[in-house]
Design a protein around this ligand. Structure first.
Ligand code: SF4
Length: 338
């Protein structure tokens, strides 16, 4: 299902950079490091009710993008609008109200739960932080029921929970404020196959029942292909490819997307020859010139080192890619390694 009620999140030319400045004594003690360009000029629209899947290797900027959208990181430039409101321009009171409508499921669920608190206290804590009146709170039993945990879990401490149960408590904490939009950061990481399926099904059910929108950050392409309406592929702080989930997974245009899909080819599955992508993702402090993927791309040409490719329409609705040679690559007229 794709959302149709207008955008809930709009990010325009969004950049978040870290460091690059030193002052006082540190100027003499530590050499100045180049700026870390975690995200660099991202445009992204999430429609109400939509699931957008964000994929890419560690270091591609996925979590920073999610945190910047939520206002947890301050953008260096660009803007984020939530339900039409420019977050940067809101006063403290309005920002606090708006933050209730957007929540995060943290990547490391167990580490995000205070080990000294019981589950019921962890759920109440969310309301205490948000200064929510007693009569406006859901009971721990209600919140646990929403994530398919029995009331007996309310008295447990985090170390008494399995990985899947800790994830469910994290999801319950995110649901406490009745949000409209959730950034789910690697919601299935560290879980075994059956727990992954259970969490995915839970998120799908909650989306349908509560009309939630998700930004789903994940390494797991199976999860993203199953849950997302739109897939965004990020590489070194930039969007490499974006498009409707089915079209992008069936017909990837960018060599980086192809390499990610190749990495999950199953035994016996027929797929084109795997791309030989070289080395590791470079540091976002030292992004390569031109196309940032050129140091690893098996199709790289001299132009790729010199000029940054723009996100270009592919001819299919909403499917865009940032590669100078996607047509030649898709048609096979530019072989890998030439
Ligand atoms: Fe590869 Fe060049 Fe396309 Fe970048 S622009 S993905 S280096 S072919």
């Amino acid at each position: 299902m794709t959302g149709t009620n207008g955008p809930i999140v709009e990010a325009r030319r969004l950049s978040t950079h870290f460091g690059g400045e030193s002052s006082g004594l540190s100027r003499f003690l530590r050499p100045k490091l180049p700026v870390l360009r975690a995200i660099d000029g991202i445009d992204l629209v999430i429609e109400a009710g939509q699931v957008v899947g964000l994929v890419g290797e560690s270091g591609s900027g996925k979590t920073t993008l999610g945190r910047t959208i939520l206002g947890l990181e301050r953008p260096t430039s660009g803007e984020v609008r939530f339900a039409g409101e420019n977050i940067e321009k809101l006063g403290t009171h309005d920002l606090r109200l708006l933050r209730r409508r957007m929540q995060m499921i943290p990547q490391d669920a167990a580490a995000s739960l205070s080990p000294r608190l019981r589950v019921s206290q962890l759920l109440d804590e969310v309301y205490d932080i948000r200064r929510t009146a007693r009569n406006a709170r859901r009971s721990p039993a209600d919140l646990l029921a929403m994530v398919e945990l029995g009331p007996e879990h309310a008295n447990k401490y985090p170390h008494e929970l399995s990985g899947g149960q800790a994830k469910r408590v994290s999801i319950a904490r995110a649901l406490a404020m009745e949000p409209e939009f959730i950034v789910a950061d690697e919601p299935t990481s560290g879980l075994d196959v059956s727990a992954v399926a259970a969490i995915v099904n839970l998120l799908v059910r909650l989306r349908a029942e509560l009309n939630l929108s998700y930004l789903l950050i994940t390494h797991d392409l199976d999860v993203v292909a199953y849950m997302a309406d739109i897939i965004v592929v990020m590489y070194l702080g930039k969007v490499a490819e974006i498009g409707p989930a089915e079209g992008l997974a069936d017909r990837p245009l960018h060599p980086y997307t192809q390499s990610l899909l190749d990495a999950v080819t199953r035994p016996g599955e027929e797929r084109r020859t795997k791309l030989a992508v070289r080395g590791d993702i470079p540091s976002p402090r030292f992004p390569p010139s031109g196309c940032r993927f050129h140091t690893r791309c098996p199709f790289a040409q001299p132009l790729c080192r010199e000029r940054e490719p723009a996100l270009e329409e592919s001819g299919l609705p909403g499917h865009r890619t940032a590669c100078h040679f996607w047509r030649e690559i898709v048609s096979g007229s530019l072989p890998a390694g030439c």
